[in-house]
Write a protein that binds this ligand. Structure first.
Ligand code: ZN
Length: 109
């Protein structure tokens, strides 16, 4: 007569683990994949956001200040006169890739 304890059940020996687990290499690969996906998502959002945000419109002509400023290009000598600006002392325009020099006489400022 056979005892019950002699019968082998077709189950894995109990080791305390519940179900299949990933080894360290798989966990690392999944972590890298998630990090890459997040980085690509962030880049895509940044690119689309730059398209969606239009350049702010310049103020209406009535809001511009009337100025009478004369600038000269220090490289080639070109002179220009600025007649309207959004500030009393606006940034100098550029010519020949350099900021132009304000040559307005001090009396006219
Ligand atoms: Zn120039």
């Amino acid at each position: 007569m056979r005892s019950v304890t002699d019968q082998r059940v077709g189950a894995a020996p109990a080791t305390g683990e519940t179900g299949p687990t990933m080894d360290a290499g798989s966990v690392l690969r999944v972590a890298i994949a998630i990090a890459f996906a997040y980085a690509i998502w962030r880049m895509g959002r940044a690119v689309l956001g730059s398209f969606a945000r239009p350049v702010p419109e310049p103020p209406a002509p009535g809001e511009l200040r009337k100025v009478k400023l004369q600038y000269r290009c220090d490289v080639c000598g070109t002179e220009v006169r600025m007649t309207a600006a959004n500030d009393q002392m606006p940034e100098p325009p550029r010519h020949c890739l350099e900021d132009m020099i304000l040559v307005t006489p001090v009396d006219d400022l």
